[in-house]
Design a binder for this molecule. Structure first.
Ligand code: ADP
Length: 218
């Protein structure tokens, strides 16, 4: 499998965290910032780091940005620079542009200029924290739509040492176990006779309300 090429623009806290994580996961990451010092600071934590003003089309072209699979625009407070950069990236043919928005209106403009995924870091993180507080058994989740999600849920203690057949989670909760995480390994589509242990984590898909009912079982 060929590796994806990532570029992260803006080496502030947000951009640096993304760039470092991707690089640690073995991906090819180019870090870009207009500020030379910021580029020097990140140099050892990414594949390459360059100084560039990404509001300049020529600078983006000379980096060959159109060849990247995914570019993250993590420019902080300069809304104008973030919008112009996003617009240029889409014009230069970047397939996936992820942009950080400071607020609703910024997000709307980013959407208009073609951003494929808009992130509102404070709002998104706040919602995640609230979700986690409301459902402490939920370790992680992916929102699929307004009503559906995939969640990693610790096994309720009343359900340990029983088989999936016995528990019949689909019939009792109207949700589906798609995988099981055991000692860091993942068992996809676990068989009905699979016994669930205390330390296991269930990966479950379904309606959010049904998932919440399940996650609140003792
Ligand atoms: P955070 O909240 O993530 O820490 P910052 O505002 O500190 O955000 O970081 C944003 C980064 O984006 C800064 O390092 C800044 O130099 C960089 N930046 C701003 N404008 C441009 C631009 N036109 N081209 C490239 N980088 C830029």
């Amino acid at each position: 499998m060929t590796k994806l090429q990532y570029a992260v623009i803006g080496m502030g806290r947000f951009g640096t965290s993304i760039a470092r994580k991707l690089y640690e996961a073995g991906e090819e990451v180019l870090g870009i910032d207009i500020d030379e010092e910021r580029v020097e600071d990140i140099e050892l934590s990414v594949t390459h780091a360059v100084v560039a003003d990404t509001t300049e089309e020529e600078a983006l072209k000379s980096i060959g940005i159109g060849e990247f699979d995914c570019v993250i625009v993590a420019i902080g407070n300069d809304m104008q620079a973030s919008i112009l950069t996003t617009l240029l990236l889409k014009e230069l043919g970047v397939k996936k542009v992820i942009a950080k928005a400071l607020g609703k209106h910024h997000g709307q403009v980013l959407n208009k200029v073609g951003a494929d995924w808009i992130i509102f870091p404070e709002k998104d993180m706040g919602e995640r924290v609230a979700h986690q507080l409301l459902s402490p058994n939920v370790l992680n989740f992916i929102e699929l739509s307004k009503d559906y999600s995939i969640e990693e849920i610790s096994v309720p203690s009343s359900m340990t040492e029983k088989s999936l057949r016995e528990l019949d989670i689909r019939a009792n909760f109207n949700i589906t176990v798609i995988a099981l995480v055991r000692n860091g390994d993942i068992i996809v589509s676990p068989a009905p006779d699979q016994i669930i242990h205390e330390e296991d984590i269930l990966v479950v898909i379904g309606n959010k309300e049904n998932l919440s009912t399940f996650a609140h079982r003792e």
